[in-house]
Design a protein around this ligand. Structure first.
Ligand code: AGP
Length: 606
């Protein structure tokens, strides 16, 4: 949601912080700020807008060997300079950057107010700065611990104190925080992307953990002040993975990466001989896999839509009842957790708060949950009992693309495992494996059609409102298509089951409302064609995403043809042109594709 960076060492902190913030900008980008501690004390600069606006506002000589920075996605108070982080104490001795939400901020604010504290912002974070400054503890660690015992909510924080210029104190509870270990320098970040330029040696803090970070190292400890001996691990990530690499937008870079990223994901995971998948990370043997009688998939937004086609894949392939539910709703309905249900959390970032809370709810009630997660070592990945890493590589654009394709493939692998311990024959398993193997080439064929898809997108960009329709396997594809389109084009895009049109939505069809129809070559093709006729009869226009060999009533209808795979796997490929459709519509409209308004990459607040 927001991004945190911190530095302490022998370099000037300012460029390190600014560079780190630019790499984190995708996590929140309505305002940014830094605090740098140098010979002139702490200097704080904040600005509304992008990191480049902040950089432009800095004095030429801003030097210090320690500092913290933040890029914000507003929650408490609008995006203003006063509300940007770092937030400071009245005397500016203490500076704090914070991701998350302090639930009891209003109460604490009232109490501080009653004691005469003058607040300078509307943020919940400011209370932390005042409380640290007013703590009677003799050390910065003591003061931070003091404050943590009084605040409720979620946070990752980094605190800088003029009285203790040799250290940063950081803490994590419900929002990610990572330490980067350098050579006589240390880094802090909410996301690996801000660290890779400097180090690949990292320490992931756990919830409830704090750290003192100095130029010569770090010490991690618990809220009970007990040391938690953490050993740095090495991450397999370099600058090229997180850079634009000559592309204009991350979104297009990530779409085009899919053939190679999918090939990488499948490497070593397909077992042709037995027609199954090798998923050691699940930590589930054949007996356990056989024991489950249901599958429940939990995720948010696009991850939920992929979860829906994952559920239909599992039902078709393994013949176990499966369904997907938005994780954001699940935990609030006091769900019944069944011991013979396999719960699956699906998330690109592994940090989505709603999904993480759903995982905790399942575990609290004794359920078994595995994760389909992209970011290695992320909160959800660590909380689950096992899982399948997606290996899509870093995804920076807010609109998720390659990670969703990888989720679809992850569900296919899971379906194979669940199917092969039940009634799925070796031959059928091998048929699906052959289908999976052809996906990289087939995606490449779709990508080769980009100029044509761009033309179709330009035709749709003028519409204020659009429908996306599909049936059964095609419906989650339509939902994801509408989601991608609305996210970055800001056009109203609504998905319906083609079968439901006549029950209401048809009333909206006229010549101004185009429909994107998902029309796979399957047992429902004729029924889908019938729904399309109803649209045309009401003067509605169509764009059709379909397979070769499907004959349309009007051959002039704009169509995008996607290579045919096995019917269970078709949704994965049908989604790819919709990514390009959304991208090119947004490009036509001149929008900020990688950083759409009002959104952030990972939603680490509820
Ligand atoms: C996708 O384009 C969206 N940005 C959003 O719906 C996203 O899929 C959702 O917030 C879940 O994120 P996650 O996969 O990181 O959990």
């Amino acid at each position: 949601m927001c991004g945190i960076v911190g530095y302490i060492g022998n370099q000037n902190a300012t460029p390190v912080l600014i560079e780190g913030l630019s790499r984190l900008e995708y996590r929140g980008y309505d305002s940014a700020g830094i605090a740098v501690l140098g010979s002139r004390g702490t200097q704080v600069f904040r600005s509304v807008g992008r990191v480049r606006d902040l950089e432009a506002s800095l004095p030429r000589r801003l030097a210090g060997k320690a500092g913290i920075g933040h890029t914000r996605w507003a929650t408490h108070g609008p995006a203003t300079e006063d509300n940007a982080h770092p937030q400071t104490s009245e005397d500016r001795r203490i500076s704090v950057v914070h991701n998350g939400i302090i639930d009891n901020a209003a109460t604490l604010r009232e109490r501080l107010d009653a004691r005469g504290v003058k607040f300078a912002s509307e943020t919940d974070t400011e209370v932390i700065a005042h409380l640290v400054a007013r703590s009677e503890a003799s050390t910065l660690e003591g003061a931070v611990l003091d404050v943590l015992s009084r605040i409720a909510g979620t946070y990752a924080i980094a605190v800088l104190d003029e009285r203790h210029p040799d250290r940063l104190v950081v803490a994590r509870h419900g929002s990610p925080l990572i330490l980067g270990v350098g050579d006589r320098e240390m880094f802090v970040a909410s996301d690996l992307a801000a660290l890779v330029r400097h180090t690949t040696s990292v320490v992931h803090l756990d919830d409830g953990e704090l750290a003192t970070v100095t130029a010569s190292g770090f010490r991690t400890f618990s809220r009970e002040e007990e040391n938690t001996a953490k050993v740095p691990t090495s991450v397999d990530l370099d600058l090229e993975d997180v850079g634009l690499g000559g592309y204009r937008h991350y979104m297009r870079k990530e779409i085009l990466e899919q053939p190679s990223s999918v090939e990488r994901m499948l490497r070593g995971r397909l077992d042709e001989r037995f027609g199954t998948a090798r998923l050691d990370g699940l930590n589930l043997g054949p007996r356990e896999l056989r024991w489950f009688r249901r599958v429940k998939i939990l995720g948010c937004g696009s991850a939920h839509y992929v979860g829906q086609f994952g559920a239909s894949m599992i039902e078709e392939v393994a013949r176990i009842p499966a369904d997907a539910e938005p994780a954001s709703e699940f935990r609030y309905r006091n769900p019944i957790i069944e011991p013979d249900t396999l719960y699956v959390a699906v998330s690109q970032s592994g940090e989505t708060a709603d999904t993480a809370f759903a995982v905790q709810e399942v575990k609290r009630k004794g359920g078994q949950i595995v994760g389909l997660v992209n970011v290695v070592g992320s909160t959800i990945a660590r909380e689950c009992d096992g899982g399948i890493y997606l290996h899509a590589g870093p995804e920076v654009a807010v609109a998720s693309t390659k990670a969703l394709t990888h989720m679809g493939i992850g569900f296919a692998l899971l379906a194979l495992c669940l199917g092969r311990v039940r009634d799925l024959s070796i031959a059928d398993g091998q048929r699906l494996i052959a289908g999976l193997r052809s996906i990289p080439d087939q995606i490449q064929q779709i990508l080769a059609d980009e100029p044509h898809i761009a033309e179709v997108a330009a035709g749709l960009a003028g519409a204020q409102s659009l429908f996306f329709i599909g049936r059964v396997r095609g419906f989650p594809v339509a939902r994801e298509g509408a989601q991608k389109f609305k996210e970055i084009s800001y056009r109203h895009a609504e998905a319906y089951q083609a079968s439901e049109l006549k029950h209401g939505p048809l009333a909206l069809i006229d010549e101004n409302l185009p429909t994107v129809a998902i029309l796979p070559d399957d047992e429902l093709t004729d029924r889908n064609l019938a729904a399309m006729q109803q649209i045309v009869a009401r003067r509605g226009s169509l764009v059709v995403i379909t397979h070769p060999g499907v004959t349309l009533d009007d051959p002039e209808t704009p169509r995008v043809t996607v290579p045919k795979n096995e019917r269970e796997l078709d949704p994965i490929l049908l989604t790819v042109p919709l990514q390009l459709l959304a991208y090119h519509a947004a490009l036509t409209l001149g929008h900020d594709i990688d950083k759409p308004r009002n959104l952030a990459k990972s939603v680490t607040v509820e």
